[in-house]
Design a protein around this ligand. Structure first.
Ligand SMILES: NC(=O)c1ccc[n+]([C@@H]2O[C@H](COP(=O)([O-])OP(=O)(O)OC[C@H]3O[C@@H](n4cnc5c(N)ncnc54)[C@H](O)[C@@H]3O)[C@@H](O)[C@H]2O)c1
Length: 271
């Protein structure tokens, strides 16, 4: 089969949560540049407007302002979008937030504010609420529309934090991502009979606006580059091949999987 047919997503009605920035925006770009129709859902009105403006020069795009933790609003945004397209084919359940730094500071000393006993109930609920519960809520919102459409693809943005411990990453973030591979497996098993395939992408450190842009800070970048066998962090365009693969016929026999995309970080330190 020609690569143009293998990776054909033309016309696919697509939703990207957290699509106004970073990894979600890059997924939206990959879909739009290959002819899909894309709705970006994001809570940040300013960056959403900007993203829609940028992408509208390249294809069919619209935006819905929604906080994914507001479940009735999320369901309504999915109903609106499926009605707009008359179907729903692909969903990137991508919206997520950082939990801040981990229990070690960059100088190697312990960070008193990031000890297990220091986290507030609000901090715990917020990070787990956005990253874990809202991923499930997004899948829930998508499924009725995909069943009506005769199938679909759900692609969850997980993290290497779902698999490994990280001294520079918050406890809340690690635990919020830990359940995602198993959520994906269980959902995939239930939904395979409806022709809905569910998979996850597990990125390593990517340069985005997450955590107030802390991964754009040179001191942080130096640290993450040290742990990377490629000695570089991910650029948002690095996600696009995997995003397109999981949304397209090329991955038709893959479901319930989490694919790591980390430049080798989870392999260990190479030199
Ligand atoms: N950047 C990394 O190093 C990295 C690594 C692994 C996984 N991830 C995951 O990738 C996903 C995207 O993060 P990113 O790095 O592109 O960050 P980002 O901050 O650049 O983009 C995230 C987007 O999600 C939106 N968002 C946040 N909370 C929301 C909510 N409650 N409702 C709706 N929209 C919301 C933000 O407004 C923003 O536009 C997240 O799930 C994150 O955990 C990122």
């Amino acid at each position: 089969m020609k690569s143009s047919a293998l990776f054909d997503v033309a016309g696919r009605a697509t939703i990207v949560t957290g699509g106004a920035s970073g990894i979600g925006f890059a997924c939206a770009e990959a879909m739009i540049d290959n002819g899909a129709r894309v709705t970006l859902m994001d809570m940040n009105q300013g960056s959403l407007d900007e993203a829609v403006k940028t992408l509208s020069a390249r294809g069919q795009v619209r935006g819905e302002v929604v906080d994914v933790t507001d479940r009735p609003a999320l369901r309504k945004a999915f109903v609106n979008t499926a009605a707009h397209y008359g179907r729903l084919d692909v969903v990137f359940a991508n919206a997520g937030i950082s939990g801040g730094p981990g229990f070690l500071q960059l100088d190697g000393n312990r960070n008193p504010e990031r000890m297990i006993e220091s986290y507030t109930d609000e901090q715990v609920d917020k990070v787990v609420g956005v990253n874990f519960f809202s991923t499930f809520a997004t899948i829930q919102a998508a499924v009725p529309h995909m069943k009506k459409s005769g199938g679909g693809r759900i692609i969850v943005t997980s993290s290497i934090s779902s698999m490994m411990t990280e001294v520079h990453v918050a406890q809340t973030y690690v635990m919020s991502k830990a359940g995602l591979p198993q959520l994906v497996r269980q959902a995939a098993l239930e939904l395979v009979g409806y022709n809905i395939l569910v998979n996850a992408m597990a990125p390593g450190p990517f340069i985005t606006n997450i955590g107030g842009g802390r991964l754009k800070d040179p001191a942080n970048q130096k640290l993450f580059e040290k742990f990377s066998p490629m000695h570089r962090m991910g650029k948002t365009e690095d996600i696009q091949g995997l995003a397109l693969f999981l949304a397209s016929p090329a991955s038709a026999y893959i479901t319930g999987q989490q694919i790591t995309i980390d430049g080798g970080v989870t392999l260990g330190i190479a030199d």
